[in-house]
Design a protein around this ligand. Structure first.
Ligand code: ATP
Ligand code: MG
Length: 286
């Protein structure tokens, strides 16, 4: 038997929290004729886990970069707390798909980086880094360099590095996209555990519908050309999430619904024929 809090009650509790991120008619154009995001209005609650899905090119990464303050907004507004987002800030951490650790720094030095940049003494930064490295289970690897770690380990360090400076919001753009399925599942469970124990709101972009459902309180579905909100869906699954939940009817029907929403925009394009030359002997067919 799975110990369950009624998921409707949990979602209601979430929606009684204050908003931490507010997007108000947000739009993004690259040049006069290229509208990428259009009229995105959405409030994200404190300590919510929001996943974002949508077809390739619909503007998910652009949205993450806007929230990180790495990309400008062309209409509307995005606010964190009550402050408009106009550039990067310590209140937001970011983890990308590509491993972005500093290769010339050890695990410990990578995690210390943001702390010392924010003015922590070396001693303070070392103490905090040690704790974070323990949280991600890499104490034995503190003095290793990124190239000596697996992809999953590197992403754990990237998460620790982002969280060490205590951001209010963690922005993750397909952070587990390059990992194998088993590592990915472990990383998802690990991330949920960390998230449940600290005061951070997660905006997590993914292509993977299982991942989007498994992690989220709510799922934001974007549609392409231009990127607009197609749906915002409460995930009707209890927490703690367990791998068994992937087998439930609720999970399967939500996955089907999301698949339909995303594929409703598939454009049927005629593929160009491949021009392949025969490079084996005649009669040597496979
Ligand atoms: N700096 C830029 N200048 C012009 N166009 C851009 C720029 N950055 C992104 N785009 C365009 O914006 C659109 C959305 O890109 P974005 O990377 O946000 O999509 P995405 O949803 O993250 O896609 P994917 O799922 O493949 O990662 C794409 O068509 C892309 O070519
Ligand atoms: Mg992207």
């Amino acid at each position: 038997m799975i110990e369950q809090e009624d998921s409707a009650t949990r979602i209601e509790r979430l929606k009684n929290r204050p908003l931490i991120l507010e997007l108000d008619g947000l739009g993004k154009q690259f040049g006069p004729d290229l509208t990428i995001l259009k009229d995105i209005s959405l409030g994200i609650y404190r300590r919510e886990f929001l996943t974002v899905i949508g077809p390739s090119g619909c503007g998910k990464s652009t949205l993450a970069r806007i929230l990180a303050g790495l990309e400008t907004i062309t209409s509307g507004e995005a606010r964190i707390g009550d402050e408009p987002i106009i550039g990067p800030g310590p209140d937001r951490g970011m983890v990308f798909q590509k491993y972005t650790l500093f290769p010339w720094l050890t695990v410990k030095q990578n995690v210390m980086f943001g702390l010392t940049a924010q003015g922590a003494t070396k001693g303070q930064a070392e103490g905090e880094a040690r704790e974070w490295i323990e949280v991600i289970g890499l104490t034995k690897f503190s003095d290793h360099y990124p190239h000596q770690l697996s992809g999953g380990m590197q992403q754990r360090v990237a998460i620790a590095r982002s969280l060490a400076t205590r951001p209010k919001v963690l922005l993750m753009d397909e952070p587990f996209g390059a990992l194998d399925a088993q590592t990915r599942l472990r990383m998802q469970q690990h991330l949920i555990e960390i998230w449940q124990n600290i005061d951070v709101t997660v905006v997590f972009i993914t292509h993977d519908l299982d991942e989007a459902i498994y992690l989220a309180d709510r799922i934001l579905v974007l549609k392409p050309n231009p990127g607009e909100i197609q749906a915002l869906i409460d995930v009707p699954l209890p927490r703690p999430r367990l791998p068994e939940h992937l087998q439930t009817t609720e999970f399967k029907s939500l996955k089907e619904e999301l698949g339909e929403l995303i594929h409703s925009h598939d454009q049927v394009e005629e593929d160009e024929p491949l021009h392949i030359f025969r490079m084996t002997k005649v009669d040597d067919d496979v």
